[in-house]
Write a protein that binds this ligand. Structure first.
Ligand SMILES: Nc1ncnc2c1ncn2[C@@H]1O[C@H](COP(=O)(O)OP(=O)(O)OP(=O)(O)O)[C@@H](O)[C@H]1O
Length: 319
């Protein structure tokens, strides 16, 4: 059974200042499957429809058409059975009570999600520890930094140990160390068998943590594939990065069949593109025979694919 199964999903909103009956289509016939135990990244520019999709899966918004199922249960018709299966982290200030302590917030949400009374304390303490919040556990949440609130959001989403996690930009506002810890956490959650749908603007994050990624733009899916397959979409070429390549060899390299380009940047790194795997091995051998040991083969990463397919609208490319 799939963790998430979406068929022909559509969501229209009335245009805020539009004519009566005028609609904006936020999701336009989405089909998407997330397997059990899969970490799936949803990538797209501002306004692409990511949050709308997460909200429908979280049962807080109904679709205009189409269906969405969580572990086989329809999110509209079987709402009560879906809710205990999902943990949602939407960030921002919603969902946390500023005047309560972090611990009391977790007790409150755990109780709401049906965690038995005798387990609440232990579960909250474990999660506070896991997210580095134990030292502040009894302080009011309104005194927390944005990053601390974001970590508390994650803890809240895990209180009832949901099988499916919906994370909408979970690392926004986190410092780099917390963001790195977050990636480790995703790995742990995957090993526990949980399935995760994660929206992010951070390509490096998506590339490191996800099994597959879906690129979404203007309410439509452009591609779903592993980061490596997406890289291959852009280029059938293999690339070699090498440093300290002798000038004579560089000249020789440029005339070899199967080599499409040779460029050395100001940092001294030479990028050699070859047509396919067959052309790769002899070029690598030439480099090694010439004493070049600092070598790596690469394919375009998610960020390059994203920029090529979608452009830099709403994209955090600096990270
Ligand atoms: N309640 C609403 N009423 C009207 N239009 C809405 C509503 N919610 C979303 N939209 C519109 O639907 C489209 C998709 O919005 P959504 O928030 O899902 O995008 P997103 O991909 O999450 O963007 P971001 O990366 O900025 O969070 C946008 O054009 C948005 O303006």
């Amino acid at each position: 059974m799939n963790a998430i199964e979406i068929r022909g999903l559509r969501r229209d909103f009335p245009l805020p200042n539009g004519e009566r009956g005028a609609l904006r289509t936020a999701l336009d016939g989405i089909n998407l499957t997330v397997g059990e135990g899969e970490v799936h990244a949803l990538l797209g520019p501002n306004g692409a429809g990511k949050t709308t999709l997460c909200k429908i899966l979280a049962t807080v918004l109904v679709p205009s058409a189409g269906t969405a199922r969580i572990l086989g249960r329809d999110v509209v018709t079987r709402l009560a059975t879906v809710r205990p299966l999902i943990g949602c982290v939407f960030g921002g200030d919603r969902g946390l009570y500023g005047r309560l302590s972090a611990r009391r917030n977790l007790h409150y949400w755990g109780a709401l999600y049906g965690v038995p009374g005798h387990e609440l304390r232990a579960r909250a303490a474990e999660l506070l520890d896991r997210f580095g919040l134990t030292a502040h556990a009894d302080e009011r949440v309104e005194t927390f930094s944005r990053g601390m609130k974001q970590r508390l959001h994650l803890a809240r989403g895990l209180m009832h140990a949901p099988r499916v996690l919906l994370l909408d930009e979970p690392t926004t506002g986190m410092d780099p160390v917390s963001a790195r810890d977050f990636r480790t956490l995703i790995g742990e959650l995957r090993r526990e068998g949980r399935s995760i749908l994660l929206t992010t603007h951070d390509m490096a994050e998506a590339e490191t943590v996800c099994d597959r990624a879906t690129l979404i733009d203007d309410g439509r899916i452009l591609h779903t594939a592993t980061p490596r397959e997406l890289g291959a979409l852009l280029s059938r070429h293999e690339r070699i990065e090498a440093t300290d390549v002798p000038a004579q060899l560089l000249a020789q390299m440029g005339t070899r069949s199967g080599v499409t380009s040779v460029n050395t940047g100001p940092d001294g790194i030479t990028l050699i593109e070859v047509t396919d795997q067959d052309a790769l091995t002899p070029v690598l051998r030439l480099l090694v025979d010439a004493g070049v040991t600092n070598l790596a083969t690469t394919r375009p990463g998610l960020e390059e694919v994203y920029l090529q397919l979608i452009g830099d609208r709403g994209m955090d490319v600096a990270s």
